[in-house]
Every structure is written in structure tokens, then in C-alpha cells.
Design a protein around this ligand. Structure first.
Ligand code: CA
Length: 265
């Protein structure tokens, strides 16, 4: 390592900014020495940071740039969404509470468009449901503020190792779409109102589209064991579902059960 590089490594500028930024925890692991040893050279990795708190955004940009990442920052949800759609990024660090468009909605829109950019979500919220909401929307990982910078880097490296997830969070079959996170079902772009039970039934069938599913399987997975289930209950609900999504999509396989299939054009 050259003298100038060594001198550069001793510059504490990013650490001082990090220490003063809201949301970044003072953590014994973020000592300058430890930080220097972990400095990577990942010049080819481009990150998008979507964060509206200026001090936090600045701290992240400086810290991540010092780690060798190329970093762009967007300060509101809509510009973050546009950047994520059109930029060639390897991962995104996304705040939840943003002006314009929340982090949840941003990631949901990206996933709905088939964009699988790895997303690490940041939020001051720390409830179980908030984390679950973030992951259900399509985020890949979630970190609660205040967080350790070292943990952020470790999570980021793990995300980058995993690469882009291959599995869509929204289920689709033909022109039928079901989003488990928003509990929204559309057919040819039109919303379909389903009861909780109808939704559960459709989700189960969509996750196994093309397979023959027996009435017993449906009763076991869509109804609780404790519920009083009449023998014709599945038939009744299949009937409701057919009326709402189109009779041709739920096929009866005589003596075996039902099969969900895309309508023939
Ligand atoms: Ca925010």
C-alpha cells in the first residue's frame, strides 16, 4: 500500500459524519481501526441510497464511498423509484418513511414491474409488523435505526452475495394477479373484491397452479381444523371464486379435486 493510500485510510472524515448522524448507533465495532481493516475495494458495485434525512444520507454516501462502493442518493420516494427503475444498481438501501412515496410502496412498485434489485430497508420503526410489512412488500432485508454501520455493511455484503431474488412476490396466472402483501387481486387490471376466505383459497390454488388439489387439501390449508366444515363447503367457495375470477379458471377434475389454470385465449 502506498504512503498516500495509507494517509487516505487514516482520514476519519466518514466516521465523524457517521457518529453525528441520527440513526447510526455508537457501536464499539465502529472504531476507526476496525473500520479501516474492513475497507473493501468494490469499485464496480453501484448502490442507490434512498433517504430523506440529509445527515443520514450524507453519512451513508461518505461511509459507503469510503468502502469502495459507487453511491447515488435520492432524497424522496418518487425520485428513488425513478432511479431504481432506470439506473443500473447492484443494491438499494431504502428508508421507509419518505416524502412522495413510502419505502414500502416504492419496493412494491418495483416488484410489480418485475424489478428484482436487492433492497435493504431502513426504518426507525421497530415493530414486528413493520419488519414483516417491509419483507412482504418485497424487501430482501431490514435494519432498524439506530443501527451499527458494521452490521449495515455485513448485511449489504450478504445481499450482494445472494444477488437478485428469482421468485416474484406477486403471484400471476394469465391476467390474474394476487399480491399477498397488499392482499389485492386483479384480473386484466381490474380489482376483484374477495372475502378473507376466498382470498386464502385463491392464494393456495395460485401457489399450486396447474396441480390437481383435492378437497381435503383445501380444507386442511384454507380452513382451521377447529372449524365446523360441512362436506360441501369447498364446493360452495369454489363457486364463489368462479363467479369472481371467471368460471374457466377453476377446473373440476372429476373424482380428484380442482385445478387452477390460465384461461385459454
Ligand atoms: Ca425518512
Amino acid at each position: 500500500m502506498s504512503r498516500s493510500r495509507q494517509a487516505d485510510c487514516r482520514q476519519p472524515v466518514d466516521l465523524r459524519v457517521n457518529a453525528g448522524a441520527p440513526g447510526l448507533a455508537h457501536n464499539p465495532f465502529t472504531t476507526p481501526g476496525r473500520h479501516r481493516r474492513r475497507r473493501a475495494t468494490l469499485w464496480s458495485v453501484r448502490l442507490l441510497v434512498v433517504e430523506d434525512e440529509i445527515r443520514m444520507a450524507t453519512a451513508l454516501r461518505r461511509g459507503l464511498t469510503a468502502e469502495g462502493f459507487a453511491v447515488d442518493v435520492a432524497s424522496d420516494g418518487l425520485s428513488g423509484w425513478e432511479s431504481a427503475r432506470h439506473g443500473d444498481y447492484d443494491a438499494m438501501i431504502l428508508d421507509v418513511m419518505l416524502p412522495g412515496l413510502s419505502g414500502y410502496e416504492l419496493v412494491r412498485r418495483l416488484r410489480a414491474e418485475g424489478q428484482w434489485l436487492p433492497v435493504l430497508m431502513l426504518s426507525a420503526k421497530d415493530g414486528e409488523h413493520d419488519q414483516a410489512d417491509g419483507l412482504d412488500c418485497g424487501a430482501d432485508d431490514y435494519l432498524t435505526k439506530p443501527f451499527s454501520y458494521v452490521v449495515l455493511l455485513a448485511r449489504l455484503r450478504a445481499l450482494l452475495r445472494r444477488g437478485r431474488p428469482a421468485r416474484p412476490v406477486t403471484l400471476t396466472l394469465g391476467d390474474l394477479r394476487l399480491d399477498p402483501a397488499s392482499r389485492r387481486v386483479t384480473k386484466a387490471g381490474n380489482d376483484i373484491e374477495l372475502t378473507t376466505r376466498e382470498f386464502a383459497l385463491l392464494e393456495y390454488l395460485m401457489r399450486r397452479a396447474g396441480e390437481v388439489i383435492s378437497k381435503t387439501q383445501l380444507l386442511d390449508h384454507v380452513w382451521n381444523a377447529a372449524e365446523d366444515t360441512a362436506p360441501n363447503l369447498v364446493e360452495v367457495y369454489i363457486g364463489y371464486l368462479r363467479r369472481k375470477i371467471g368460471p374457466e379458471m377453476v377446473q373440476t377434475v372429476r373424482g380428484a379435486g380442482y385445478r387452477l389454470a390460465a384461461a385459454q385465449a
